[in-house]
Design a protein around this ligand. Structure first.
Ligand SMILES: Cc1cc2nc3c(=O)[nH]c(=O)nc-3n(C[C@H](O)[C@H](O)[C@H](O)COP(=O)(O)OP(=O)(O)OC[C@H]3O[C@@H](n4cnc5c(N)ncnc54)[C@H](O)[C@@H]3O)c2cc1C
Length: 524
């Protein structure tokens, strides 16, 4: 059987592109390397921290060389991708982020192939699907919007109010972080509203109040006829001339190998796994920007600045990712409230430092600083065929180094974050760098120039007629805010383009698809 489209990966990119195609009546097969994440009281327990669950998998571990250190990193493999464990901050990139910026771009030729206005309707659609709760009108860098947030922001927790008051006293303009969290139960009562447990970031939500893709989007697509195959590792895209005809995959449990045919292949495997698959399939050779495939990796220059207090700053342990400061956006980036849950620290740190670190954290409040980092040709991924994993994929190497400009921007934000924390009464402050690739972007970027951008403005992989990339790797620049909503909006945009350009040939019922176009999928 041939599918209209195979979508590889079920994260923001894959799920949102699938959403557009399924609703246009296309027959879609989604192949996902991981399985469903179980939900229940254990989700918030000591073994629920994402980084120590099997969903952060090491079976195709990456070799990382970054910041002068060599280490191994895993990948997030589950239905919904990283969204299941993410913090829910759902920002639109600012209008200026889509415009040329000499200092950031440097010699990288990283340019958006479209402006903010072109993607704005898809931001609105993504916010609706994710039930984003927010507040307009405070943040002066906030881009124009055509519709209001689907939900009002929840009342501020005490600890968040303290940060907001301190920032205001310093003459800054604190604003609310838009969050993909439902504060009321869904209509069918199958998902509860937020119970303010405080463990969104790094954990799966047991109440399914966090609108991750496995809770809010994918079940609805399956009900509309999409086929989802879990525990399926795609290892090769098989090309004939200018088309990929088949996807070769391996069952992660049984080891069984098979080939599946489709008219179109849509890559949503993530910023590291998508170039991995393209390079392992030797597809860069057909692309006029072959040298850019796997390069220009960005990951934000971010860090958490902690303030330590005499008394517990958040005794009720409410989720305190609520307030942000955008006053330094044009020169450096943004500052967002974020204190990792104590449980995450206990689960993650070496045993000997767990208890003292958790004690310090119980008296600490954190501010996350996010600075856009420069897309640099030397930062990226490459493959090593001398070592293969049990699925036959070559080893992926990641190399990354921040530029002096990246470091300067982060330093400016750290100074400002410390100022705010001291104003709240923090006795001392310290900085914890973030070394993960959770905000990785840019390795198969879009652009108008066929010599420097592997993807055209519709996300099509140049040199191939029927392959598209929709995950974080497609974004040419990272801006200074969390990337998920932009990945989602771009994937909806690409999905809508494919749906317009290609009528479904294998759909069971085209009319059914069209009639259901506007059904809400939120809180299925
Ligand atoms: C702890 C944490 C907190 C975060 N908090 C926020 C936040 O608050 N706000 C925000 O905007 N961003 C946040 N992020 C970042 C955000 O989650 C990611 O940028 C986003 O989810 C990436 O989406 P994606 O579709 O590009 O890739 P992914 O979410 O990584 O999805 C890729 C999917 O493809 C699958 N896959 C990979 N390889 C294969 C293969 N060979 N075959 C089949 N399937 C494959 C993977 O299993 C995965 O499900 C956070 C990330 C983490 C880890």
């Amino acid at each position: 059987m041939t599918w209209d489209a195979i979508v590889i990966g079920s994260g923001f990119g894959g799920a949102m592109a699938a959403h557009a195609l399924v609703h246009a009546g296309h027959r879609v097969l989604m192949l996902e390397r991981g399985g469903w994440v179980g939900r229940g009281p254990d989700s918030w327990g000591p073994r629920g921290a994402g980084l120590i669950t099997p969903h952060y998998a090491m079976d195709s571990a990456y070799d990382v060389s970054a910041g002068g250190r060599q280490y191994k990193a895993g990948s997030w493999n589950c239905v919904g991708g990283q969204s299941v464990f993410y913090g829910g901050a759902s920002y639109r990139f600012r209008e200026s982020d889509f415009q040329h910026h000499d200092e950031i771009v440097g010699t990288s030729a990283a340019e958006w192939p479209f402006g903010y206005g072109d993607v704005e309707p898809f931001y609105s659609e993504a916010e609706l699907l994710l039930g984003v709760a927010g507040e307009s009108g405070r943040d002066r860098t906030e881009p124009a919007r055509s519709v209001a947030y689907p939900q009002a922001a929840a009342p501020l927790a005490h600890s968040a109010q303290r940060i907001a008051d301190a920032a205001s006293r310093l003459g800054l303009t604190p604003s609310r972080i838009p969050l993909a969290i439902s504060y009321a139960a869904n209509a069918g009562g199958t998902r509860s509203g937020c119970i303010k447990c405080g463990s969104c970031d790094g954990y799966a939500c047991a109440a399914e109040a966090k609108n991750d893709l496995a809770s809010a989007v994918i079940p609805g697509l399956v009900r509309l006829g999409m086929t989802l195959r879990t525990n399926t590792v795609c290892v090769r895209l098989v090309r004939t001339g200018s088309r990929v005809t088949d996807v070769e995959c391996v069952n992660r449990v049984t080891g069984q190998r098979e080939r599946i045919s489709a008219d179109r292949v849509i890559l949503g495997a993530g910023t590291l796994a998508t170039p991995h698959l393209l390079l392992a399939s030797n597809l860069a050779v057909v692309n006029p920007a072959a040298g850019a495939v796997g390069r220009y990796l960005t990951r934000h220059r971010n860090a958490v600045v902690f303030g330590v207090y005499a008394r517990r700053p958040n005794p009720t342990r409410e989720f305190d990712k609520q307030v942000a400061i955008f006053d330094f956006y044009r020169t450096a980036g943004c500052i967002q409230q974020m204190t990792p849950p104590e449980g995450l620290v206990r689960a993650y740190l070496p045993r000997i430092v767990r208890t003292p670190a958790a004690m310090v954290l119980s008296r600490a409040s954190g501010l996350l600083v996010i600075a856009e980092d420069q897309p640099n040709a030397d930062n990226g991924v490459s493959i090593d065929w001398s070592r293969t994993d049990r699925y036959g994929l070559p080893r992926l190497r990641i190399r990354h180094r921040y530029s002096d400009r990246d470091e300067r921007a982060a330093t400016e934000l750290i100074v400002q974050a410390k100022r705010v924390l001291r104003e709240t009464g923090a006795r001392l402050t310290f900085v914890n760098p973030i070394e993960t690739f959770s905000h990785a972007l840019g390795t198969v970027r879009m652009g108008l120039d066929a010599r420097t951008a592997p993807l055209d403005e519709h996300g099509r992989f140049r040199g191939l007629d029927n392959v598209y990339v929709v995950d974080g790797s497609a974004l040419p620049r990272s801006a200074s805010v969390n990337p998920s909503l932009t990945i989602a909006a771009n994937a909806l945009r690409v999905g809508a383009h494919i749906a317009r350009a290609a009528a479904p040939t294998h759909a069971r019922s085209r009319r059914k698809g069209r009639m259901r176009r506007n059904l809400p999928v939120l809180n299925p």
